[in-house]
Design a protein around this ligand. Structure first.
Ligand SMILES: Nc1ncnc2c1ncn2[C@@H]1O[C@H](COP(=O)(O)OP(=O)(O)OP(=O)(O)O)[C@@H](O)[C@H]1O
Length: 589
């Protein structure tokens, strides 16, 4: 109950904040509806006036009819557009809030939590319902006021007609059950619905489209989409069938009541115990009683759905609050000792497999660390841990002796620069696609040109002003060209303490990758006085030989470490893999 009231306050507060006029218009509507409902009374009086030849009664009832019906129509017509504007504004406000909450979750683990994903998915689907929250409340007020008006009129005709309401009461239980079935079905169908939409999205995805065509899996994707959609729809359809059956029972009860009520009044009129106008009124009310009983239930049930969505927003707010790391310490502006991994173990949320186990490592301030290892060895995971995107499952990462988990995440990330394996492809101008690497310098052409030169991106994208992305009638780039921009982006930020290159060079040949890593090693010199650490990640052993320190990840741990010379001299795994890779890259005669 408390949760429902909190949801009501959230919906009203948001609507009032974004559209006060719309809220006031929504309030007027229930009152205008009462005027419209009085039409039955005026019609009844008009009938009696005509039969009794009473001009005053005729004039009064016609005047009441014209004023009431006109006012009610006018308000209805003139507010319908305003209602839509209010709904759109509120929906947009919630959309922005959900996006903000998701974007501010501190780590990636929360994004991967299936509970969060399902709730967010439901919120996306129900965005319109949230928008109509205040309108739904106005509908509840309108239906309740309407119900009271109809009840009063019924009593005026004959108090026994109130029994109609009793006969229509099962509708309340029916609506409650319908709502419960629908809510349960929505929760169960969220995950298969997400899968179905994902699979359907593949049809529009250009990158996926290439492989779908080459491997001829379009039919299989279609089959799986249809299956996921069937699994998604099944509980919803079952809930709707149950709802329809329950509605049938409800309407039958009501129909019996209406026949009885009309019969009773007709009998009284025929016996001269009631004016003839009462027949008109009871026939009119017969239709209104049904609405008067069912509508509050339906509108309350619709409001229930909206309140559930609002409760999900509350849940997400609280989840985001709870997930906020207690970052009490601001990140340092320089490193003096460096970064230490103290017996760090990590497994992904929901996974039983250790990706890193008991890893201890010191990355000296101002050094260049190369992380090598086979595919799946945990290199990217190590980078994500250093970036604070995940917290270690066990152990600590110390930044100049301070636990990274206690550093303010935003402040730590403002000290990072990175080029990731799965780099972003921002559809901006080429210059801005680089400039966002340091937002305050977004339009600093000098800095952008410098970063592009250092990343060797000027050859790949000669015109920094070119618009990227065919969606905006711009140009599309090759993977290698996008990579160059990602590398330039990683060189934009100044005052960084940690710079990563997580295999953004995968599509380059080994020598180009090596040349690029050398550039970044050289770029590391510029940050050495503040102790900046550079981390180069590769699964190619031959490209990172100039790094100060090399670690080989294997079997969830650091298998070997040292300089290139030390590792070669040790004639172990690194030496074997280095020599075999180097041989395979040599041209054959
Ligand atoms: N989000 C995730 N949830 C669960 N497991 C994951 C997730 N991301 C990665 N893994 C698993 O963690 C292990 C290490 O992955 P990681 O991406 O760190 O390897 P990598 O060394 O960077 O590999 P590659 O060279 O192929 O990029 C793999 O077994 C992978 O399947």
């Amino acid at each position: 109950m408390v949760e429902r009231w909190r949801s009501v306050v959230l919906l009203l507060g948001t609507a009032w904040r974004v559209d006060r006029r719309g809220c006031l218009v929504a309030l007027v509507e229930p009152l205008a509806n009462v005027l419209g409902l009085l039409a039955g009374l005026w019609l009844s009086l008009l009938t009696t006036g005509v039969l009794d030849r009473d001009p005053r009664l005729i004039a009064l009832s016609v005047a009441g009819l014209v004023v009431g019906v006109t006012a009610s129509w006018w308000v209805d017509l003139s507010t319908s557009e305003r209602r839509q504007v209010l709904a759109d504004r509120v929906a947009h406000a919630f959309d922005v809030e959900v996006a903000r909450l998701c974007a501010h979750l501190p780590g990636l683990d929360q994004h991967e939590d299936p509970v969060v994903r399902d709730k967010v998915e439901l919120l996306r689907q129900r965005q319109g319902a949230l928008g109509r929250g205040v309108v739904a409340m106005a509908m509840v007020a309108k239906s309740l006021l309407g119900a009271v008006t109809v009840l009063v009129l019924l009593v005026v005709v004959h108090p026994v007609l109130i029994a109609l309401v009793l006969l229509a009461l099962p509708a309340v239980e029916v609506a409650r059950r319908q709502q419960r079935h629908r809510a349960a079905a929505e929760e169960v169908s969220a995950a298969p619905g997400r899968l179905a939409r994902h699979l359907r999205g593949l049809a529009h995805d250009r990158d996926a489209g290439m492989e779908i065509r080459v491997f001829g899996v379009a039919g299989e994707v279609r089959r799986r989409t249809a299956e996921a959609w069937r699994v998604h729809r099944a509980p919803l359809d079952r809930a709707e069938t149950r709802a329809a059956l329950l509605a049938g029972v409800r309407d039958t009860c009501y129909a019996v009541g209406v026949i009885g009520a009309v019969g009773l009044v007709l009998w009284r009129v025929l016996r001269g115990q009631a004016p003839a106008g009462d027949v008109v009124l009871v026939v009119y009310l017969a239709a209104q009683v049904q609405t008067a009983v069912v509508w509050p239930v339906v509108s309350l049930s619709a409001l229930g759905g909206t309140l559930r969505s609002a409760a999900r927003v509350q849940w997400l707010r609280e989840y985001a609050d709870a997930a906020t790391r207690p970052g009490v310490t601001t990140a340092p502006t320089r490193l003096t000792d460096g970064i230490v991994l103290d017996r760090v173990s990590f497994r992904y949320p929901g996974s039983g497999q250790w990706v890193l186990r008991d890893v201890s490592l010191t990355i000296g301030a101002g050094s260049v660390l190369a992380v090598v290892g086979e595919n799946g060895a945990g290199k990217t995971t190590l980078v994500k841990l250093l970036a604070g995107l995940y917290l270690p499952t066990e152990g600590r990462i110390l930044v100049d002796g301070v636990d990274l988990a206690t550093l303010d995440p935003d402040s730590w990330r403002s000290r990072l620069a990175a080029a990731f394996q799965d780099f972003a492809r921002p559809e901006l101008t080429a210059a801005r696609a680089v400039g966002i690497g340091d937002l305050p310098a977004l339009d600093d052409t000098g800095r952008i040109a410098d970063a592009m030169t250092r990343a060797d991106a000027t050859g790949a994208v000669p015109d920094p002003g070119v618009q990227l992305g065919t969606r905006w009638h711009g140009v599309d780039l090759s993977t290698g060209q996008w990579q160059r921009l990602a590398l330039a982006r990683a060189l934009m930020r100044r005052h960084t303490l940690l710079r990563f290159l997580d295999e953004p060079t995968a599509s380059l040949d080994p020598e180009s990758e090596h040349a690029l890593f050398e550039r970044f090693t050289a770029a590391a010199a510029e940050g050495r006085d503040r102790g900046m650490v550079t981390v180069l990640v590769s699964h190619r052993f031959s490209t990172v030989r100039t790094a100060d320190h090399i670690i080989v990840l294997a079997d969830a741990g650091v298998r070997e470490q040292g300089t290139h010379a030390e590792l070669i001299a040790a004639q172990s795994l690194y030496a074997d893999l280095y020599l075999s890779q180097a041989r395979s890259y040599q041209p054959t005669r």
